[in-house]
Write a protein that binds this ligand. Structure first.
Ligand code: HEM
Length: 487
């Protein structure tokens, strides 16, 4: 018995020493980078024992103590959080592999662009990129207008009411926009009840919860937890919605191909191209549709909502946006592609909204080969990079008076004074957002329709009061506190 125990202990000790030896570079380089004290095994986890809001506040406090680049040990994970724009850009250009906690087996979109391993991502990105060309985006303008007008009608029923869930209405509008443009399928969730957007919202929350709790990385603990058990229902709803979209498109494609010879052109919108090309497996097709639906719906909807709140606080800026929209479009005209570049002030206000409220605020990447940032810091292989846009975009060193909503920060002469890496709402580098142009055009169109009809008000007095939670998307902790009045 004693012999057996000694042998097992010796094997475990050898395994552990080998494990430590394999990670020696991480230990050595983490010493050189400032960060809070890390205990053996648990690291800095003792700092994050509260709920998500508490953990977020703690990260912000720590970043003030360790500006530029902070290291954290969380259990076995070595995490770097850069806030110096030069470091952020260098990391985004060179570290492309996503952290594997967003790729578990039953995750929707796990082989889609956002979550896929670099190998799969490279192949897909090259094929999908042209389906979001400017020419294709211009052809979507009618749909942007149509859906924004339906949103205006939906909102009309809630004029003067407080505590209305405007997010729900706006996200149905952005979902319909994505479905009828990139997917080419009318799902009409603004008028026909659908649980897709709330289910996707719930799945995103669960994905974050699982990623942040190391114990949930173990499959059976996750499956037995109450969070893990609540996964199935929203997952099924999202899966059915996506299959429905794909089924409709395949039927349409089959009908059309009987009449004409269909060639696969990359100048076609996203799903038309995907169902015709034979380069995607069924799983990949499903995952890409899920990815684009999720990536394009919530982010844009939260940006519109945040902008309504910002304009609610800054009534003078709201009037300037209104005046510009009336000057460019008049009271009834639809937004046309060339109007987007003419609504310069509105565009700057959207940019300023995305600065204070970056609606996709986080990316988590895995370092596959050592990367030297400068003569001082080397980021070792095996560590994790956590980029937090709320920290970057609200850093008073680059953004004086960071909670002041000032669209003129984005006048060309002011942009020229800043480091390009201090503002990255769509991230940067090869793995940046594929739908940035789509997002800006659709958001300006929605805002133009809404401001022409309504004035926005909010109970918040300053933007600093609006507490947010930077998960995979930016959540409002205490809701929007918005109401609208007719002009
Ligand atoms: C205001 C709206 C939007 C914001 C703020 C936003 C932001 C972002 C950010 C920060 C990323 C990088 C994520 C990461 O590195 O983990 C990203 C990726 C992505 N976004 Fe967006 N996005 C928006 C709208 C859209 C829209 C409308 C679409 C599609 C129509 C879209 C499609 C994608 C896709 C497919 C990716 C993955 C790109 C890749 O890894 O190659 N996004 N987005």
């Amino acid at each position: 018995m004693f012999l057996l125990l000694s042998t097992v202990s010796a094997i475990l000790a050898i395994w552990y020493l080998k494990f430590l030896w394999g990670r020696r570079k991480m230990y050595i380089h983490s010493w050189n980078t400032p960060g809070p004290f890390a205990f053996p095994l648990v690291g800095c986890s003792y700092l994050f024992l509260s709920d998500l809001q508490g953990a977020n506040r703690r990260v912000i406090e720590l970043l003030r103590l360790y500006p530029g680049l902070m290291r954290l040990w969380l259990g076995p994970y070595l995490i770097y959080i850069p806030t110096k724009p030069e470091y952020v850009q260098k990391l985004l250009n060179n570290v492309l592999e996503k952290q594997e906690t967003i790729r578990y087996n039953d995750y929707p979109g796990r082989t889609g662009l956002i979550a896929a391993s670099v190998k799969v991502w490279k192949r897909h990105r090259k094929m999908i990129m042209p389906t979001f060309s400017q020419k294709i985006l211009n052809s979507f303008m009618d749909k942007f207008n149509e859906k924004a007008q339906i949103l205006c009608k939906q909102m009309d029923e809630h004029v003067g009411q407080k505590n209305v869930d405007f997010y729900d209405m706006i996200s149905k509008c952005t979902l319909d926009i994505i479905c009828e443009t990139a997917m080419g399928i009318g799902m009409n969730t603004q008028t026909i009840p659908s649980d897709y957007d709330s289910s996707m919202n719930r799945l995103i929350e669960l994905i974050c919860l699982r990623a942040m709790n190391v114990r949930y990385h173990i499959e059976f603990i996750w499956k037995l937890s109450s969070a893990g058990k609540s996964w199935k229902k929203p997952y099924e709803i999202c899966r059915n919605f996506t299959s429905n979209v794909i089924k409709k498109k395949i039927e349409e494609h089959t009908c059309n191909s009987k009449e004409t010879v269909v060639e696969t052109r990359r100048t076609e919108p996203f799903l038309d191209y995907l169902v015709k090309t034979e380069s995607f497996t069924e799983q990949e097709l499903c995952d890409e549709v899920n990815t684009v639906l999720a990536a394009g719906t919530e982010t844009s909807a939260r940006t519109v909502l945040s902008m309504m709140m910002a304009l609610g606080v800054y009534q003078d800026i709201q009037e300037k946006v209104y005046e510009e929209v009336m000057e460019v479009l008049g009271p009834d005209r639809q937004v046309e592609p060339q109007d987007i570049s003419r609504m310069k002030y509105t565009d700057r206000a959207v940019k300023e909204t995305l600065r204070i409220f970056p609606t996709a605020p986080v990316t988590v990447r895995t370092v596959e080969t050592d990367l030297r940032l400068d003569e001082k810091y080397l980021i070792p292989e095996g560590s994790i990079i956590f980029i937090l846009l709320t920290a970057l975009h609200r850093d008073p060193n680059y953004w004086p008076d960071p909670f002041k909503f000032d669209p003129d920060r984005f006048l060309p002469e002011n942009i020229a004074k800043r480091h390009a890496g201090s503002y990255l709402p769509f991230m940067s580098g090869p793995r940046n957002c594929i739908g940035g142009g789509f997002a800006i055009m659709s958001i300006i169109t929605i805002i133009a329709h809404l401001t022409r009809k309504y004035r926005f008000f909010t109970e918040y007095k300053t933007l600093e009061e609006i507490e947010v939670l930077p998960l995979l998307s930016l959540k409002l902790v205490n809701g929007s506190k918005l109401w609208i009045e007719r002009r």
